[in-house]
Structures are given as structure tokens and as C-alpha cells.
Ligand binder design. Structure first.
Ligand SMILES: Nc1nc2c(ncn2[C@@H]2O[C@H](COP(=O)(O)OP(=O)(O)OP(=O)(O)O)[C@@H](O)[C@H]2O)c(=O)[nH]1
Ligand SMILES: [Mg+2]
Length: 258
């Protein structure tokens, strides 16, 4: 008796999240901000690579900012700030993924009209973040050479919900005896046609190639979307501070009880 009811409640909550994400996506389109949600296992190199991407963008005069999610610390925000780009930390207090209400809350006060790229570093987790639309323009999944070639097959939803796949830490591929061709095949199996780029935060050329790819993607997306003047429907009247902030009312319980 209880099982079907729980499923139905979860569906309602997810619909609410999806509606909110759709509103936020329209707002991002209206400001011509390309929002990129980075998802991967813990330790794949999201922060390291993003720091270099932001540094490269700042150096080229491109306006970029970042939101970063973490269960318990603001370590990653401190690292990302070294790039010179504006950064805000979202501490999820144990929640294993970011949710759209947190993004909505944490962009308050930023004039997105002046921001071409907003990166969101999700909480390191190869399962849950795939189920939560944050209103992003592009979802980018990262897989490092140290994790094993089979991960796309074991976590297909993370790969088939992404728009771009990055194989990271390529500078370590030899000592890790990494099999690039098998990994590419595995990604292609679960996400046919997806673009796959090889990167290393230690190799500026690969960082620059990634930045070039993102700039081209934004240009193409701007050509296909018609901006409207839309404001985000805020979930809370309070404007969040730029510093470390706790998630709003979002908690693991929300999904099963709301
Ligand atoms: N050799 C090498 N090491 C890297 C590279 N990218 C990241 N690392 C190292 O890998 C470790 C984890 O990198 P992070 O950037 O913290 O990974 P993350 O995905 O942000 O981790 P979480 O935020 O905990 O999910 C750090 O010690 C980095 O210095 C790379 O391209 N090459
Ligand atoms: Mg990180």
C-alpha cells in the first residue's frame, strides 16, 4: 500500500524541481549566460581543471564565475578563487548533490547580464547529481584515468545525461596503464554521439582547447535560443550572501516527505 504512494510523492517533488529548473534556464538564456554543470566522482579533478579554465577565461577577458558544492567545507571555493574569477561556495551539509533551489539562492545579487559563463561544480558523486536538473545549459561529466575504464557502463545515467565528456588527468595515463580507446567506446556505448575531450589540468594546451570548445558551444547555443526578459522565481525572499551559505530548506528528507 505505501510503496506506490511514496513513488507518487517523489514524482511530485521532482516535478516541482523540474519546473523551477525550467524557469531558471529561461532566466539564464535571457542573460545569455552559458551555465555549465560539472559532475563526476569525488577526486576526478573538477576543481583543479575548473581553476585552470577560469584562469584562462579571465586571462582572455571572458567574464566567468563559479558556484561550487561541497558537503562540508569551502576548500574548493578557496582554490577556485585563485583564478581571479568570482566564486561562491554552497555547503550542502551532507546532501550528496546540488539542487536547483540552491543555485537560485546563490546567484542572487550577481548581475548575470555581465557573466558569459557560470560554472557549477557539483558535489562529487557519480549517481545522484544526474537526477537533478539545475537549469544548466550544458552538463559536463568528467572521468579521470585513475578511475577505471568501466565507469560509464556502471553509471550510465551520469554519462547519458551529459552533453560533453572529459577524460581528465591524461598526464597520468601511462603510469595508470589507462586504456583510452576502451574508455571512449564505453562512453559511446551509453551516450552515442557525445563529444569526448581529453584534458589535463597540468597541460595548458588541453585547457585552452577546452575553453575554445566551450566558447564555440556558447556561440552555437546563442544562435539557437531566443532570449526573453525573464527573472528567476526566487524560492526564498532572502538574498544569499556571497560567502559560504547553508542550503535553503532542501534536505534529504524533502524528497520522501514533501
Ligand atoms: N596529475 C594530475 N593531477 C590532478 C589533475 N587534476 C586534478 N589532480 C589532482 O587530483 C586530486 C583531486 O583533484 P580535485 O580537483 O580536488 O578533484 P574534485 O573532482 O574537485 O574532487 P571533489 O571536489 O572532492 O569531488 C588533487 O590532488 C589534484 O591536484 C590533473 O589533471 N593531473
Ligand atoms: Mg572539487
Amino acid at each position: 500500500m505505501t510503496s506506490p504512494r511514496v513513488v507518487e510523492l517523489r514524482k511530485n517533488v521532482m516535478n516541482r524541481h523540474d519546473r523551477k529548473a525550467a524557469l531558471l534556464r529561461r532566466y539564464f538564456e535571457s542573460t545569455e549566460t552559458c551555465v555549465i554543470n560539472l559532475v563526476s566522482s569525488p577526486g576526478t579533478g573538477k576543481t583543479e581543471l575548473l581553476t585552470e579554465v577560469l584562469r584562462s577565461m579571465v586571462g582572455r577577458g571572458i567574464s566567468a564565475a563559479a558556484l561550487v558544492g561541497d558537503c562540508a567545507t569551502d576548500n574548493d571555493a578557496k582554490r577556485l578563487e585563485a583564478s581571479g574569477a568570482p566564486v561562491r561556495q554552497i555547503v550542502t551539509e551532507g546532501l550528496c548533490h546540488l539542487e536547483v533551489t540552491m543555485i537560485d539562492q546563490h546567484v542572487q545579487g550577481w548581475d548575470l547580464n555581465g557573466i558569459d559563463f557560470l560554472f557549477i561544480e557539483n558535489v562529487g558523486n557519480l549517481v545522484c547529481p544526474s537526477a537533478f536538473d539545475l537549469g544548466e545549459t550544458l552538463r559536463v561529466v568528467l572521468l579521470s584515468v585513475t578511475e577505471g575504464e568501466d565507469k560509464p557502463l556502471k553509471y550510465p545515467q551520469m554519462f547519458n545525461s551529459a552533453d560533453l565528456a572529459l577524460i581528465t588527468k591524461m598526464d597520468l595515463s601511462e603510469p595508470c596503464e589507462f586504456d583510452l580507446a576502451t574508455t571512449q567506446d564505453n562512453i559511446e556505448t551509453v551516450s552515442p554521439g557525445i563529444t569526448i575531450l581529453e584534458t589535463s589540468a597540468r597541460h595548458p594546451n588541453s585547457v585552452n582547447a577546452l575553453v575554445d570548445h566551450l566558447i564555440e558551444s556558447r556561440v552555437k547555443l546563442l544562435e539557437t535560443t531566443s532570449p526573453e526578459t525573464t527573472s528567476p522565481e526566487t524560492t526564498s525572499p532572502e538574498t544569499t550572501s556571497p560567502e559560504t551559505t547553508s542550503p535553503e530548506t532542501t534536505s534529504p528528507e524533502t524528497l520522501s516527505t514533501a
